[in-house]
Design a protein around this ligand. Structure first.
Ligand SMILES: [Zn+2]
Length: 457
């Protein structure tokens, strides 16, 4: 089949779905509606299974095929999925499509039984998530025969059971395969993680962690001292002290829950690490909190500052923090958003330039990119090799992925500055025949939506 024939088949399916969705049989009973819902579900499952092959081929191509951009980002942008959704889609595909061995031989999918059931539209994504999760928690030394049996059993159960029911059975199978709950170093190391979620509307973050026994022991030891009643209590103004023993009066007054005390202990540890100066520098800037705010907000002790890491920080918190450790603060005039003052410890020009870019660009300037300033490189708008200077007017922030897309060649994005000081990215002709420049509004939510679409086609 060529792509023209494939497109014709897609057209046929879409036409049929349109016909189905617009018409309903006369005098339909509830059981007939249920029958229809069931058949639609099977179509959805078949469509997901059919998408695996092209996704697997794309995954083989490597980032060079997409101008250095990772496939997860390409898929997320093209299909308008969250990066996490795109990541799941690709992870599932990697386990459900045939693999190539090192010697170039075809190998069956990692989850061969599951893949087969999916191809027939018999199981859905949630079933697959349960089965993959089961193997994620299974010790690495469970042999192939037992793994294969377990996968077949879970797939068979998925044909007639809901994902939550399969999950319950999966737990029992896991206990049966590993009755003593024994896990090796490798099993534990594979599962370690620390995830901090995005800020909520109240600026708080939630997250999850799975720490090794070693890290657990560190935390336990630290909490035993610093999370004791009366220690590191922000209500006492003692929060920056991590020495000594708690004052008995302070301990009596302490109304915090154990979880709140652990939180405050963690804050004390982080503050101590940042104040120690032992963390050196990162991307040319000292490891410290870099925040930007306006004169008006500082005077009013209200409003929100932005950090180089992309966090929104209430001004009141910023002022409290500034009393304890040395931070960099860029203050803006409210009218033209030009930095008026940069507090600093060193007079190195490059540090000043980076600080200024943290304050003005706030993060990667590529259209649609959410990478914060702390994860971005400094880029010469006019390339150094082409005679570009290291002047602030010729510098901007770009994350490493998008840095590779910039340049002067015919397949590269060109970078310039708008009159308002924003970096404009002009796409190469093969991506947009009109070569219309775009800017990134992600880091500037307070600005009106003036400058054109921000997403590449
Ligand atoms: Zn970027």
């Amino acid at each position: 089949m060529d792509i023209g024939e494939i497109d014709e088949e897609f057209d046929t399916i879409e036409r049929c779905l349109g016909v189905l969705a617009s018409g309903s049989p006369d005098r339909t009973t509830e059981s007939e509606w249920l029958h229809m819902v069931d058949r639609y579900e099977k179509l959805t499952r078949l469509a997901f299974a059919a998408q695996r092959l092209p996704l697997a081929r794309l995954a083989e191509a490597g980032p060079e095929a997409f101008g250095g951009e990772r496939l997860k980002a390409v898929i997320a942008n093209r299909l308008r999925l969250t990066p996490a959704q795109a990541g799941h889609r690709l992870d599932h595909t990697a386990d459900l499509t045939p693999r190539l061995s090192f010697t170039g031989q075809d190998l069956p999918p990692v989850l061969a039984h599951t893949a087969q059931a999916e191809q027939h539209g018999l199981i859905g994504r949630e079933h697959i998530t349960v089965i993959r999760e089961f193997f994620h928690h299974l010790p690495a030394d469970v042999d192939h025969r037992h793994r294969d049996n377990a996968e077949k059993r879970l797939t068979d159960l998925s044909l007639t059971m809901r994902p939550d029911e399969v999950k319950a059975t999966a737990k029992r199978i896991a206990a049966h395969l590993n009755p003593d709950g024994e896990f090796t170093e490798r099993d534990r190391a594979r599962k370690r993680s620390f995830r901090m979620g995005a800020q909520g509307v109240d600026k708080m973050r939630t997250g999850s962690f799975c720490v090794t026994p070693e890290v657990g022991a560190y935390l336990e030891t630290i909490f035993a001292k610093l999370a004791a009643p009366g220690m590191c209590n922000p209500d006492d103004g003692r929060a920056s002290t991590i020495d000594g023993v708690p004052d008995p009066d302070a301990a009596r007054r302490d109304q915090r829950t154990p979880a709140q005390r652990c939180h405050d202990a963690l804050a004390a540890i982080c503050r101590d690490a940042l104040a120690s100066d032992r963390l050196g520098s990162h991307r040319g800037l000292p490891v410290t909190i870099i925040a930007t705010a306006t004169v008006h907000d500082l005077q009013q002790q209200a409003g929100i500052a932005t950090t180089a890491g992309g966090s929104l920080l209430p001004i009141r918190d910023l002022i409290t923090m500034a009393g304890r450790t040395r931070h960099y603060l860029a203050i803006f005039d409210d009218h033209d958003s030009r930095p008026l003052y940069l507090g600093r410890a060193k007079r190195l020009a490059t540090t000043d330039q980076r600080l200024l870019l943290c304050a003005t660009d706030r993060g990667c300037t590529f259209p649609g990119c959410s990478m914060p300033a702390s994860m971005s490189d400094v880029h010469h708008l006019r390339e150094w090799a082409d005679g570009g200077t290291t002047d602030i007017t010729n510098l901007t922030l770009v994350c490493p992925t998008h840095h590779q897309l910039a340049g002067s060649g015919p397949h590269r994005w060109r970078t310039t500055k708008s009159s308002g000081g924003r970096t404009r990215w002009t796409p190469p002709r093969h991506l947009d025949p009109n070569c219309k420049p775009r800017t990134n509004s992600y880091h500037h939510p307070e600005q009106p939506l003036s400058e054109s679409p921000t997403r590449p086609p």
